[in-house]
Design a binder for this molecule. Sequence first.
Ligand SMILES: O=C(O)CCC(=O)C(=O)O
Ligand SMILES: [Fe+2]
Length: 351
Amino acid sequence: MAAPNGQSGQIPVIDLSGPEQTVATELVDAATTYGFVYIKSLGQDIPVEAIDSIFALSKKFFSSPIEEKEPCKIQENNRGWVGMHAETLDPKTQRWMGDFKEAMNLGGFLDGKAQQPLPPVFEDHEPELYAFQKYCQTMMNKILDLFAVGLEVSSPTEGSKYFSNRHGPEPTPCTLRLLHYPTLPSNIEIQPKVDIRAGAHSDYGSITLLFQRPGQPGLEILPPSSSTTPPEWTPVPVFPPGTESDPSPPILVNIGDLLSYWTNNLFKSTVHRVVFPAGGKEAAEDRYSIAYFGHPIGETVLEAVPSEKTKALAGKGDSGVKAMTAHEHLMSRLKATYLGMYKDEGDEKEK
Ligand SMILES: O=C(O)CCC(=O)C(=O)O
Ligand SMILES: [Fe+2]
């Protein structure tokens, strides 16, 4: 259930163990108003120890020598290691140097095996990485089912599985991404407007699960419905009010461009970024986060969802969903971020 909080503009905190209908309604409200929601992390969906140990593994990987990372460099399939400054999520605003971050993208496993080269530090940990990916996939599907309940999707054959059925069997097209934002050497002065850990962007897929660590803040959103014009960057705390004594920070869930498109913009794909903390002890910490980017299978045709709630929006200045596949949707977004890397495949459709 949503945690009571008196402040407006605050992303709701939901406990998925509440009554299904209530939770489903609250999730749909959060997706519609904020595009972001916190899910309490009490170990029911993903054991706290599993989250802690993936973070420990991530730290080990990012501190390993570059010679061990190089052979796993990112490929056209979007799997692999992305070095510092290799990505510029917001090229209009950022200086030439790109994001102050490093990342490792793990694509879907098949029968417990990664479908990409793994660095030596991961070799003995394949079962653990696979188990974590499965936890994320299961939680993602649970949230997608609750969205279908909240949207009153009326599909006689699929019911609440309308979205999750389209997220497919193994290997999943979803990406598990480990992220590391290092602290800058003390001789480098941060220019807060241009030096950004992750530039302003919205996510591409259906939903993203985001795991954060205590004492490592920096995420900010541009709230879609804001009382200020233009909207102001709003910090997203690691432990929002009411969760301070939870065993692990709540898991953030945000809507990506594809699900926003699929729901006729009812769900908001909210722009977010990661900044260097302004000062104090937290400014001296590296930030580690883990994102699970949910995607439907590539051949999924994004046609109108059988829900009166989303259909009602088509025609209100909105032309409705034009059939395109999930793969076409994703390629158009990837090309915009990785500049030259995806030039060959068809025309760019949208930014
Ligand atoms: O590290 C974070 O908190 C956010 C990462 C993010 O937004 C992304 O990788 O899409
Ligand atoms: Fe993101």
